[in-house]
Design a protein around this ligand. Structure first.
Ligand code: ATP
Ligand code: MG
Length: 263
């Protein structure tokens, strides 16, 4: 088995509550209200993942699925400068795709799974996981359909993170055992998520102050690690581990700078 790598968030305090950073071969979810830093974290990690392991990276390429149209190449350049990476190289190492709808989002994943076979990718960002699904299935009666489609997407995502069991070959699902030449993908999946604004919503997944990620049980089961992001005092932001197999439910303070997420 390939060794699990941990990718730094850009903030030492944030990393410390994650025991070093977000893990490869695993799906992590950060959720929180607008402006708490989900997109900034996505940008920061897209640069950090390219760094050598000694510097908190994974020395790999990055795939970025943007469902909200908020990816900014200029931010990548600014963050790259902070970490001493050539801005053009940093951008070339990120395969960017804008998902236009939920069907397209799944298609992108299938395309990427073929690219991942090369073994160069270490991070897959999806900012944000539920946006297209919420737009495409907005009616009350469509919730069951949405959750079924979402589940299909997340199962595929899990296979990609772990890089095992299945692989899409020319559109067919193939057991990986038959394709022994395929290395484990060893990818860290980072997905961002919105919070429900309905104050009367079930408190089942409620975090601090009743903030609850959207996506229901289907998404809750797919995320190995869930982190709540919220605004703190002044410019401060707070990250809190909500659900993790190996980290305590601790909080960390971070800030958003020109160079990305920092202490
Ligand atoms: P949404 O739910 O709307 O997508 P988000 O959680 O993705 O929100 P971000 O876009 O990551 O939020 O963060 C926005 C915050 O980042 C704003 O407060 C903005 O001022 C700050 N920010 C953006 N760029 C910079 C920068 N270059 N320097 C400092 N702060 C910045
Ligand atoms: Mg955002």
């Amino acid at each position: 088995r390939k060794k699990v790598v941990r990718i730094s968030t850009g903030s030492k305090q944030f990393d410390s509550i994650l025991n070093g950073g977000f893990q490869s071969m695993s799906i992590s979810e950060v959720f929180g209200e607008f402006r708490c830093g989900k997109t900034q974290l996505s940008h920061t990690m897209s640069v950090v993942a390219q760094l050598p392991k000694e510097l908190g990276g994974a020395a790999g390429r990055v795939a970025y699925i943007d469902t909200e149209g908020t990816f900014r190449p200029e931010r990548i350049s600014q963050i790259a400068e902070r970490f001493g990476i050539d801005p053009d190289t940093a951008q070339e190492n990120i395969s960017y795709a804008r998902a236009l709808n939920s069907e397209h989002q799944l298609e992108l994943l299938n395309t990427l799974s073929q690219a991942f076979v090369g073994g160069e990718y270490r991070l897959l960002v999806i900012d944000s996981i539920m946006n297209c699904f919420r737009v495409d299935y907005c009616g009350r009666g469509e919730l069951a359909d949405r959750q079924q489609k979402l589940n299909q997407f997340l199962m595929k995502l899990a296979h990609m993170a772990e890089g095992e069991k299945y692989y899409y070959l020319r559109g067919f699902l193939v057991a990986l055992a038959d394709l022994v030449w395929l290395a484990e993908f060893n990818v860290c999946v980072l997905m961002t998520n919105q919070v429900q604004s309905d104050p009367g919503a079930s408190a089942l997944f409620a975090g601090a102050d009743g903030r609850k990620p959207v996506g229901g049980h289907v998404l809750a089961h797919a995320s190995t690690t869930r982190v709540l992001l919220r605004k703190g005092r002044g410019d401060e932001r707070v990250a809190k581990i909500q659900d993790s197999p190996d980290c305590a439910e601790r909080e960390a303070i971070y800030v958003i700078t020109n160079g990305g997420i920092n202490d």
